[in-house]
Design a protein around this ligand. Structure first.
Ligand SMILES: Cc1ncc(COP(=O)(O)O)c(C=O)c1O
Length: 417
């Protein structure tokens, strides 16, 4: 096995509190469950332009890393928004509007009626808001535009202009706040209280859990789309990047409920500079990381874990890992070229962090032994974003997304198994 030189040893916490025989259980089921995931799948797949994203096999990289298979679920073209986040925020907006209209009319309205914009007067008077480091705000703004409500998005000081413009182009008002992501979350919460807006946050805290639960449940569509494939058996390992932990929790919950003790080992991967889950695992209780959280992995620059996500991950994740920015950058470059004959993939800074974590961990014999990573392992990674900041992507990779993938959209038809 060759070593990818820019990959320093990752920092890892092996979670002593995860036990294969622990059942998924009712308490976690109240947060996320398979039935609600299927409901999310039904709604999201009814939206115009819905297409499942491809699950790409990377045999060249798998051979290099000494595992049987690496599967890469490529979210780079999800609904044209370039990230998996299109599933969460917009789904939560749709569910919230359905609740508001149902209450106003005194009858249960159908999801399709919201999608068809049958209640323009009621919906048009609703304003949704959230904080974002780019992708979640884009999803909420897209949902607001599609369903016909108003939208105000708060971005923090480090969000690039390109990401802010992409949100504004969807018709949302974009407001920049001082401080980091967690400060922007507080500003959005206060603004919602002050103006009677509806907060659609991707992170949960005491007293605010219903909507973030919908956001997380929306993410489970990623795995529902592959439900048939998992009938052949679950992956043995999942390396999944984390900001507040919502995606990682959705992945963990899905496999835990579906496969019980035969579920895959879950490894969360965070930037060194914003490792709130890692620190929480180390301390054995939820921790907040303060400061600028400066990392190139903008989507993962979160200092406060989502409360609901932590409730699942604290005993559900097997390993909490961190990587430096250099590892994320190298993963983007490897994916853009396609390793050892693998198909090229467009992957943004946060999008390949899980894969970068796998590459970093696979070179460590002790780690491999502790989590049973070997030549029989089938590893799932999720490419959570494409070139969400096209200029930055080109600067890092040396080519634009169009040059990496000249044939454009990679539908399921071209996914290799
Ligand atoms: C591209 C990308 N990947 C992963 C994540 C992590 O998701 P979560 O914050 O739910 O952990 C984010 C969050 O914004 C993101 O934008």
């Amino acid at each position: 096995m060759t070593h990818f030189l820019p990959f320093p040893r990752p920092a890892v916490v092996i979670n002593g509190r995860s036990h294969p025989d622990e059942p998924y259980g009712d308490a976690r089921s109240e947060i996320l469950n398979l039935a609600a995931g299927r409901e999310a799948m039904r709604m999201v797949s009814s939206w115009p332009d819905y297409r499942p994203t491809p699950l790409i096999d990377l045999p060249g990289l798998a051979a290099e890393l000494g595992v049987k298979r690496i599967l890469y679920k490529d979210e780079s073209q999800r609904f044209g928004l370039k990230s998996f986040k299109a599933l969460g925020g917009a789904y939560a907006v749709a569910r919230m509007l359905r609740r508001i209209v149902s209450e106003k009319l005194g009858r249960e309205v159908a999801a399709a009626e919201i999608a068809d914009r049958r209640f323009n007067e009621i919906v048009g008077s609703v304003t949704v808001t959230c904080a974002t480091d780019g992708n979640h705000g884009r999803s909420v703004a897209w949902g607001a535009r599609n369903f016909g409500c108003r939208c105000v998005i708060f971005i923090h000081s480090l969000v690039s202009e390109a990401r802010a413009d992409a949100i504004a182009r969807l018709g949302a008002r974009v407001e920049r706040t001082a401080g980091n992501y967690d400060d922007a979350v507080r500003v959005s919460f206060e603004a919602a209280e002050r103006h009677g807006w509806h907060l659609v946050s991707d992170t949960s805290f005491l007293g605010y859990t219903d909507i973030p639960r919908d956001v997380m449940q929306g993410y489970s569509v990623i795995l529902e789309e592959e439900a048939q494939r998992w009938k052949e058996g679950s992956p043995t390992h999942v390396f999944v990047q984390a900001g507040v932990g919502g995606l990682a929790a959705a992945v963990c919950a899905y496999f835990w409920e579906r496969f019980s003790s035969a579920r895959p080992r879950i490894v969360t991967v965070e930037p060194e500079a914003a490792a709130c889950l890692f620190e929480s695992a180390k301390a054995g209780t939820l921790q907040i990381v303060k400061g600028a959280l400066g990392t190139i992995m903008a989507g993962l620059a979160c200092g406060e874990p989502s409360l609901l996500a932590w409730r699942i991950l604290e005993t559900g994740a097997d390993v909490f890992a961190t990587i430096p920015d250099a590892a994320a950058v190298e993963a983007m470059r490897i994916l853009s070229r396609g390793y050892g004959g693998d198909p090229p993939v467009v992957c943004g800074e946060s999008g390949g962090a899980g894969l970068a974590g796998l590459i970093a961990c696979a070179g460590n014999a002790e780690f491999r032994r502790r989590i049973g990573l070997d030549t029989r392992s089938e590893v799932l990674t999720i490419g959570t974003e494409g070139d969400t900041d096209p200029e930055l992507y080109e600067r890092i990779v040396g080519r634009s997304a169009g040059e990496v993938l000249p044939d454009g959209f990679r539908g399921n038809a071209t996914a290799k198994y």
